[in-house]
Design a protein around this ligand. Structure first.
Ligand code: NAD
Ligand code: DAU
Length: 345
């Protein structure tokens, strides 16, 4: 069972597993919140080894029924509230889904897997649990936890529960902590898809603070490949850091995006850069993330397969070719959300 499979990363993981492992039956459990969208999986929805189940991880009784009905053997858990800005506005939503939802899932696995051996609970987490780096250094698997946003605090808490269930109840668990993903199907509230959408529509590009905040970007399909490797070859009880070896200051990334999009949209050079608008900073904004991915690379043989320029170019092309998807996800309450989000910036 893959939870959160209708979301951004989850949909890439579901597709990879459905196609690569016809011998597995893949159950995609997702509540279809604003971030979940079955259009992300149209190409595999009628595959014989795929089932979608609409369910909320906050509903423990529902989870137990699903375990019984489908005989769930292993879990890759991605369902979460994932956006830092939303967590600043509504921290409790993150406590419910990310902490309580994860504990519900752990409890269900613990009760249903009478013999824990032979089952795996794999929790997909974030590098944000480690807090912020200075100018130098990297996050490794032994970096101390120091979350700064309600989102990262909720993910840190869920990581700790997963660890505790391994130690206390001997559940076979793995946690991976990944850096910023980008690629097709990314909801346009996060930096890259929001700015692609705004450039298309010639709307302002709201760069937080001085724009010199650094993120380590990884193409989502490379994250999905890493999850496949960790799921099959990772050691229970261990954690793995996943990152793109690809640090960018936000403002440099935004300028690259503008340049690529000017070419693709046939606009004059420098046109889109004029949309850049510096706005008030995000509270508690982490200055820099960077992952040391040596462990997953040396133990499991993983490395990113595309350069940032290739991945970004493919991503822009995907958004330009999927305007229907973009229109669907930005209709409804999207506009109201943005107006309230940026009202004070
Ligand atoms: P997303 O917001 O795109 O998708 C989350 C999915 O979870 C959606 O399909 C949503 O419907 C589902 N969901 C939310 N609440 C649910 C609930 N209560 N019950 C069942 N389903 C629910 O998120 P994403 O960016 O794909 O991230 C997936 C996971 O990977 C998250 O756990 C996130 O913390 C982690 N992660 C994300 C990134 C990133 O850069 N996006 C990086 C590292 C780790
Ligand atoms: O590091 C992994 C994390 O990456 C994941 O765990 C999160 O789920 C994911 O959302 C992402 O978090 P960030 O906060 O780093 O991503 P976001 O796209 O929101 O912001 C990236 C950077 O861009 C960050 O420094 C804030 C800045 N930013 C973001 C937005 C949305 C802006 O300057 N302007 C914006 O409008």
């Amino acid at each position: 069972m893959i939870t959160g499979g209708a979301g951004f990363i989850g949909s890439h993981v579901v597709r990879l597993f459905v196609r690569k492992y016809p011998q597995y039956t893949i159950i995609n459990l997702d509540a279809l919140t604003y971030a979940g969208n079955l259009e992300n999986l149209k190409d595999i929805e009628s595959a014989p080894n795929y089932r979608f189940v609409k369910a909320d991880i906050l509903n423990q009784a529902g989870l137990e029924k699903i375990f019984d009905e489908y005989g769930i053997t292993d879990i890759i858990h991605l369902a979460a509230e994932s956006h830092v800005d939303r967590s600043i506005v509504s921290p409790l939503d993150f406590v419910y889904t990310n902490i309580i939802g994860t504990v519900n899932l752990l409890n269900t696995a613990r009760h249903k897997w009478a013999e824990p051996a032979g089952h795996l609970f794999y929790h997909v987490s974030t590098d944000e649990v480690f807090g912020s780096l200075g100018e130098k250094g990297f996050f490794s698997e032994t970096s101390p936890y120091a979350p700064n946003s309600p989102y990262s605090a909720s993910k840190a808490s869920s990581d700790h529960f997963v660890r505790a269930y391994h130690e206390t109840y001997h559940l076979d668990t793995i946690v991976s902590n990944c850096s910023n993903n980008y690629g097709p199907n990314h909801f346009p509230e996060k930096l890259i898809p929001l700015f692609i959408n705004n450039i298309i529509q010639r709307k302002p590009l709201p760069v937080y603070g001085d724009g010199k905040f650094t993120r380590d970007w990884l193409y989502v399909k490379d994250h999905a490949r890493a999850i496949d490797l960790v799921f099959h070859n990772g050691k229970p009880g261990e954690t793995y850091n996943i990152g793109g070896f690809n640090e960018w200051k936000n403002i440099d990334l935004v300028k690259l995006l503008c340049t690529l999009m000017d070419v693709k949209l046939g606009r004059a050079a420098g046109d889109s850069e004029q949309l850049i608008t510096y706005v008030k900073d995000r509270p508690g904004h982490d200055r820099r993330y960077a992952i040391d991915a040596t462990k997953i690379s040396s133990e499991l043989g993983w490395k990113p397969s595309v350069t940032f320029e290739q991945g970004l170019s493919e991503t822009i092309d995907w958004y330009l070719n999927n305007t229907e998807w973009l229109n669907h996800v930005t209709s409804g309450s999207y506009q109201t959300y943005y107006e309230s989000m940026y009202a004070n910036r």
